[in-house]
Design a protein around this ligand. Structure first.
Ligand SMILES: Cc1cc2nc3c(=O)[nH]c(=O)nc-3n(C[C@H](O)[C@H](O)[C@H](O)COP(=O)(O)OP(=O)(O)OC[C@H]3O[C@@H](n4cnc5c(N)ncnc54)[C@H](O)[C@@H]3O)c2cc1C
Length: 323
């Protein structure tokens, strides 16, 4: 078996999600595990993947790959699949990766399983696990032929360093005419303070119980005091109180921080599936019967407007006395 993992990068860093999928692939012990990095000026990044389990990293380094557009990456990966006899391509969920996976599936006439949350080898074949029926059950999924393409839900695994070294191999970049038809005119980065919710160890999430968008300052201040990131429920982002990028849940992001503080969140199943793997869940809700208390490690029955500012002040005091 030979598995190729698409290693997405932003700036000068390989993405945590890609490295997580890489370490998962390496942990299968099911043959060769390679990575591919595609971009402009990315050669330096490639060797970093060795310690997450790649024995070889193919580097497609070309100015034509500078913009994060999918089709040129499909060209690079499709060529590698054919020339290196790759039988499996794995990716971590992202806007770019989803387009690359779909394009690759069409180009190679290959089966694509998406939203995977696990993968294992059974009798020499890979079998994935994915949620179904609004995340109420997990089903096992396979591939009828090769190559197999799988894309994993974000936040499913953590990257694990194994300490290895990767051979870095330059791969020639030959792009199809139609793959260069799209041009990126502009790329705007959302201004962000602190860590993203995918990377944060601490997340403070706000729900409709906050009462209005102006009250998000309560969760922002607590998140700042704890050095964490702010997340939101779908009810809140649908109402335009907070950006979609912060939505946690079935149709948002899956997160697994060390601490998840839910403020004024009822704990609907669609929210739960996105945060249930957090190490410690703390809920603040004025309704003692709110479903979120059923799966919280610590629950505070109270009004967010009273409890959250007090908690923020206590955290700040503790930090002051510790410094
Ligand atoms: C197909 C589908 C996909 C979905 N995907 C997602 C998803 O990805 N993510 C997601 O979050 N939801 C998702 N939902 C929506 C989900 O079902 C819930 O509607 C949503 O999570 C509720 O958000 P909420 O907890 O902010 O609001 P509510 O359910 O309205 O809960 C507000 C809570 O705040 C408490 N409260 C009110 N005032 C206060 C106060 N002053 N102090 C303390 N507590 C207070 C209330 O007791 C209540 O428990 C999806 C739904 C569907 C059908």
């Amino acid at each position: 078996m030979s598995i190729l993992v698409f290693l997405e990068h932003h700036g000068n860093e390989l993405q945590k999600g890609s490295l997580s999928v890489l370490s998962k692939a390496a942990s299968l012990g099911a043959g060769d595990v390679y990575g591919v990095v595609a971009g402009s000026g990315v050669r330096e990044l490639a060797s970093g993947a060795g310690k997450y389990g790649a024995s070889k990293v193919f580097v497609a380094d070309d100015p034509a790959l500078e913009a994060p557009l999918p089709q040129p990456r499909v060209d690079v990966i499709a060529t590698l699949v054919r020339e290196q006899s790759i039988d499996t391509v794995l990716l971590a969920q992202s806007v770019l990766a989803a387009d690359v996976a779909a394009g690759l599936s069409a180009r190679l006439d290959a089966g694509l399983n998406w939203e995977l949350v696990d993968i294992e080898e059974q009798d020499g074949k890979l079998v994935g696990t994915r949620p179904a029926l609004a995340d109420s059950v997990y089903v096992q999924v396979g591939w009828k032929g090769e190559p197999c393409i799988g894309i994993f839900r974000s936040g499913t695994f953590d990257p694990k360093e194994t300490g290895g070294e990767a051979e870095v191999v330059d791969t020639p970049v030959q792009l199809e005419d139609f793959s260069t038809a799209a041009t990126m005119i502009e790329q705007a980065h959302e201004e962000q303070q602190g860590p993203s919710i995918e990377d944060a160890d601490v997340i403070v999430a706000g729900g409709r119980g906050l009462g209005g968008p102006e009250n998000f300052t309560l969760v922002e201040e607590l998140a700042k005091a704890l050095g964490g990131a702010v997340a939101a429920t779908r009810a809140v982002v649908d109402a335009g109180w907070y950006p979609y990028a912060t939505q946690v849940g079935q149709t948002g992001k899956t997160v697994s921080p060390k601490l998840y503080v839910a403020c004024g969140i009822s704990g609907a199943i669609q929210h739960k599936v996105g945060m249930q793997s957090s190490s410690v869940i703390v809920a603040i809700n004025k309704d003692p019967n709110a479903p979120i208390f059923e799966y919280s490690d610590l629950g505070v029955v109270g009004d967010v407007h009273e409890v959250v500012p007090k908690l923020t002040e206590l955290v700040k005091q503790r930090k002051r006395s510790a410094s």
